[in-house]
Write a protein that binds this ligand. Structure first.
Ligand code: GDP
Length: 239
């Protein structure tokens, strides 16, 4: 684990400050637009663009986080329209004529009302995606800050653990709805999450854990910066 700290500042942008870099990052994430939807891995377009997947339990706040990060009211709710809830929804990011990244919104898991056979099929699709998707560069795991890691989240991480451990896939864990916790409880949640992760990942892993709130906007700029730098590199201020 090279960088488990939420507040750890990303490398400085030459000639700019963190505020300016965050603005650029938010302008970049704002370009996200729906590309396609797929019910299995083989339906996803093969791409050389770096891809960042958003995963989380149903109700963790994943759609809200994607919408606030892209400053679009309904982008991720496209993933909640009938016929798309159990799909991987892909968004293109960057200049229209020369996109430089893809965001993948993976279906929320753990929704009690879904029948078992469907759940199992979905677990398989996600497992395959996380293990095999070649251009996967990073995953953003959304956890409700009041729940932390549940068994379902850890099961899912198993599938991508080797790639994270080897350093080829980065991970950012966002503790969502941070506004619902006091400072002390939030610190405890961060520490608990980090200690759950520590034995799962090796020294080469690039993993961050940070509080996030769509309501108070805590962590929004930092998360956008993290996304941008995952794609553009630490010293590249603009997409
Ligand atoms: P998803 O199923 O993971 O996509 O979750 P949603 O984005 O639909 O959010 C689930 C519920 O949590 C909704 O009622 C949201 O309004 C609420 N929620 C999401 N983010 C926040 C937040 O930052 N703060 C608070 N207080 N509620 C949130």
């Amino acid at each position: 684990m090279t960088d488990p700290s939420p507040a750890s500042p990303p490398a400085a942008v030459p000639g700019g400050d963190e505020g300016a870099a965050a603005k650029l990052a938010m302008a970049w994430t704002h370009t996200a637009r729906f590309l396609t939807t797929a019910s299995k891995l083989s339906e996803l377009p093969v791409s050389e663009l770096p891809e960042i997947a958003f995963v989380g339990r149903s109700n963790a706040g994943k759609s809200t986080a994607i919408n606030v990060l892209t400053q679009q009211k309904r982008l991720a709710f496209a993933s909640k329209t009938p016929g798309r809830t159990q799909h991987i929804n892909l968004f293109e990011v960057g200049p229209r004529l020369a996109p430089d990244a893809l965001f993948a919104d993976l279906p929320g898991y753990g929704y009690a009302a879904v029948e078992r056979s469907k759940k199992l099929r979905w677990q398989q699709v996600m497992a395959e995606y996380l293990e095999v998707r070649r251009n996967l560069r990073a995953i953003v795991v959304l956890l409700d800050s009041r729940l932390g890691f549940t068994e379902l989240d850890l099961n899912l991480l198993d599938f991508v653990g080797a790639r994270i451990g080897g350093g080829s896939v980065k991970m950012l864990v966002l503790l969502t709805k941070a506004d619902k916790l006091g400072r002390r409880a939030l610190d405890d949640a961060l520490a608990g999450t980090q200690s759950t992760l520590a034995p799962l990942i090796g020294e080469s892993a690039d993993v961050g854990v940070a509080p996030f709130s769509a309501l108070s906007r805590q962590g929004v700029d930092d998360a956008a910066l993290w996304l941008h730098r995952t794609v553009a590199g630490p010293g590249v201020p603009a997409p």
